[in-house]
Design a binder for this molecule. Structure first.
Ligand SMILES: NC(=O)C1=CN([C@@H]2O[C@H](COP(=O)(O)OP(=O)(O)OC[C@H]3O[C@@H](n4cnc5c(N)ncnc54)[C@H](OP(=O)(O)O)[C@@H]3O)[C@@H](O)[C@H]2O)C=CC1
Ligand SMILES: C=C(O[C@H]1[C@H](O)[C@@H](CO)O[C@H](OP(=O)(O)OP(=O)(O)OC[C@H]2O[C@@H](n3ccc(=O)[nH]c3=O)[C@H](O)[C@@H]2O)[C@@H]1NC(C)=O)C(=O)O
Length: 285
């Protein structure tokens, strides 16, 4: 396992917020992950850092960062079963599925995430979610430091919610997925089409971490921002994207605090006008 002291986290969070941690660990195997939890507390876990707001400039905690490592994968083309470690990126795994003519991960081609992070929050787009292809998960239970397995049916998946979202003392180590035999050309077309439509709608020009809030029942956050005239609303180096109101972008050296202040203001104004209590999707660290 690689270990770094006084580690700069700027390139490890997709908002590109400048922050440092005292120690950063990059595991390469399940043993590395378990060893880390045996010897280090308190801690922060980052998959690929695409769903976090770093609220502090310096962290005393140790960071365990997967960042595309801890990514071994086994694939059985005949059965469509994939067994992969939690650190693999969804981009990599969707490209491997494509190469083997397996369908089911096309939407994840453009969802920046680790496999573990995607399972934790039941990531999805275009009406599909990771739960649709999930079979089971192997995880480290920090309560008794044992490794356990849980089947999809026992994970109580909901929109952007899962057993792991509700139990943050469990660490996803390995994931089993079941894909369908497909046609390589159709898989490629679906991947490209979804990516194209997302790039047309979402801000890709400034660092961001996707949707800030969950969709409130019966509403779209972007449409609410239009109605409240909040697009472009700026605090410090952060602003609500003019392109998609559901995103906050870092356009000029934003601090985590800038993003949190925008969130606060948006929550207040939305509650005032619509009596909706917006729920944050991103993790504040
Ligand atoms: N649809 C879209 O376009 C986008 C979606 N996203 C979503 O955001 C998420 C980003 O994933 P990722 O970048 O990996 O997440 P992050 O690295 O941003 O981690 C976010 C939190 O998830 C938890 N977590 C991550 N990995 C694990 C794991 N292996 N086991 C247990 N908990 C874990 C940790 O919380 P804790 O330790 O507190 O449990 C962590 O603080 C995905 O769900 C992705 O789909 C992000 C951007 C755009
Ligand atoms: C980006 C994420 O996921 C995204 C995912 O990519 C897209 C596409 O499937 O659907 C969700 O966004 P979303 O609810 O904003 O959906 P979109 O399809 O982008 O927009 C919904 C509707 O709002 C309208 N809209 C959008 C933006 C805007 O500024 N104004 C506006 O009116 C659009 O025209 C559309 O009719 C996911 N977000 C959540 C929280 O559910 C993420 O989770 O980080």
């Amino acid at each position: 396992m690689k270990v770094f002291l006084d580690f700069d986290l700027t390139l490890y969070n997709s908002y590109r917020i400048k922050a440092q941690c005292k120690t950063a660990y990059f595991p390469e195997s399940e043993k590395d992950v378990i060893d880390f939890y045996r010897s280090n507390t308190p801690y922060v876990l980052l998959g690929s850092g695409h769903n976090v707001i770093l609220s502090k400039e310096f962290y005393d905690q140790s960071f365990l960062i997967f960042n595309g490592n801890f990514n071994s994968i086994d694939l059985n083309k005949a059965t469509g079963l994939i067994e992969a470690e939690a650190g693999i990126s969804m981009l990599e795994i969707s490209e491997i599925a494509l190469k083997h003519g397996l369908s089911g991960l096309e939407i994840f081609y453009d969802i920046p995430s680790s496999l573990g992070g995607a399972v934790v929050m039941n990531a999805g787009a275009s009406g599909e979610e990771i739960k649709d292809v999930l079979v089971k998960v192997r995880y480290l239970d920090l309560v008794d430091m044992t490794v356990k397995e849980i089947k999809k049916e026992e994970m109580g998946f909901e929109y952007r919610n899962s057993f792991f979202q509700r139990n943050t003392d469990k660490v996803v180590l390995k994931v089993w997925l079941k894909l369908n035999q497909g046609n390589q050309e159709s898989i490629r077309i679906k991947m490209d089409t979804i990516k194209e439509s997302r790039w047309a709608k979402q801000p890709k020009d400034f660092p961001n971490a996707g949707s800030v809030f969950k969709r409130p029942s019966g509403y779209y956050v972007g449409a609410i921002m239009d109605e409240l005239n909040l697009k472009g609303f700026t605090i410090g180096g952060a602003k609500i994207s003019e392109k998609h109101g559901g995103f906050i972008v870092n356009f000029n050296n934003a601090k985590g605090e800038d993003i949190l202040q925008i969130i606060n203001e948006v929550k207040n104004r939305v509650f005032e006008k619509f009596k909706i209590d917006l729920e944050i999707e991103q993790r504040i660290i």
